[in-house]
Every structure is written in structure tokens, then in C-alpha cells.
Write a protein that binds this ligand. Structure first.
Ligand code: ADP
Length: 149
């Protein structure tokens, strides 16, 4: 059974994240969308609300579950019996950031990271920019999957 964790802050969960989940789905038997709680202080939406929204979004998809976690992602993988981590790559900056984390998770946790390149029309989307726009009253619906509309 191939189990994967898709870890992130997902604050908010964007069309870019949605695309990664849907493209990863055929590759695995089960995907856990895992909301990391390490930087909760500056979050826009409380983690329980994020979980509820994602459970609604994926309610018809039995291969997906949504959980929160804190601590090391590799430890959470072990607890969840997951052999894989899914991450999305938008650009070289993402790659530079992700590569050493993936190498560390492989060496210390024996967890393999599978990277999926962003779809070109979604590679500009970032939760950070969405949060900034929302903070100043802008409309971010175009960034988000349908459940937020
Ligand atoms: P983190 O804070 O862990 O980077 P994010 O919620 O920002 O969490 O992102 C989770 C994952 O989704 C990361 O691998 C990130 O690169 C990827 N991601 C974010 N936005 C996009 C996008 N527009 N297209 C593809 N992947 C994305």
C-alpha cells in the first residue's frame, strides 16, 4: 500500500495545491493532506477551519484524509505509515529550498519525496500572496478551489 503525506501550511489551500493533490492521486493508494502547525502564530485561518474546509472539498474522495501535525514531517510519516512525501515545485527557488529537506528526510527518515512541477498556469499562485491580498481587503476567490466561493 503506497501512502503519501502532502505536508504544508495550506493557509489558504489554493488551486495550485488542489492541482498537486489531484495529479498525485493516481500515483498512491492513499494521500494524507497534513497541515503543519509549526508556524501557527501568523496564520490567516485557524487550523481547525482549514481542516473542515478540506474535508468538505474532498468528501467524495475516499483516498484522501486531512490531518494536522506538529514536529518533524519525517516523524509524522512514520506515525502514519507513509513512505512518500509529495511536494510541488513552482520554480528554482522552490527547488533550492526543497532539495536539502528531501535529502535529509531520505537520509534520516527513509522517506522518499516525490516532486510534481506546477502546472504553468498555476505556478504564480502562492498562499503568501493570497494572504497579503486578503489582509488588505482584496478578493482572493480566483486563487481558491470552488469550495471557497
Ligand atoms: P509550506 O509552507 O510547507 O511550503 P505551502 O502550503 O505553502 O506549505 O505549500 C505546500 C506545498 O505546495 C509546497 O510543496 C509548495 O511548493 C506547493 N505549492 C504551493 N503553491 C503551489 C502552486 N501554485 N503550484 C504547485 N505547487 C504549489
Amino acid at each position: 500500500m503506497k501512502r503519501a503525506i502532502f505536508p504544508g501550511s495550506f493557509d489558504p489551500f489554493t488551486k495550485g495545491h488542489f492541482s498537486i493533490v489531484m495529479r498525485a492521486l493516481p500515483l498512491f493508494d492513499h494521500i494524507v493532506i497534513a497541515i503543519g502547525q509549526n508556524s501557527e502564530k501568523s496564520s490567516m485561518t485557524p487550523v481547525e477551519e482549514r481542516i473542515a474546509g478540506l474535508e468538505r472539498l474532498f468528501e467524495k474522495e475516499s483516498k484522501i484524509s486531512v490531518l494536522k501535525y506538529s514536529g518533524l514531517t519525517m516523524d509524522f510519516c512514520k506515525a502514519q505509515n507513509a513512505q512518500f512525501i509529495i511536494r510541488g515545485l513552482r520554480n528554482a527557488q522552490d527547488f533550492n529550498y526543497e532539495q536539502s529537506i528531501a535529502q535529509t528526510n531520505l537520509k534520516l527518515g527513509a522517506v522518499e519525496t516525490i516532486f510534481l512541477s506546477a502546472e504553468p498556469h498555476l505556478s504564480h499562485l502562492s498562499s503568501t500572496i493570497a494572504r497579503d491580498i486578503a489582509k488588505y481587503g482584496g478578493d482572493i476567490r480566483t486563487f481558491l478551489p470552488d469550495f471557497n466561493e
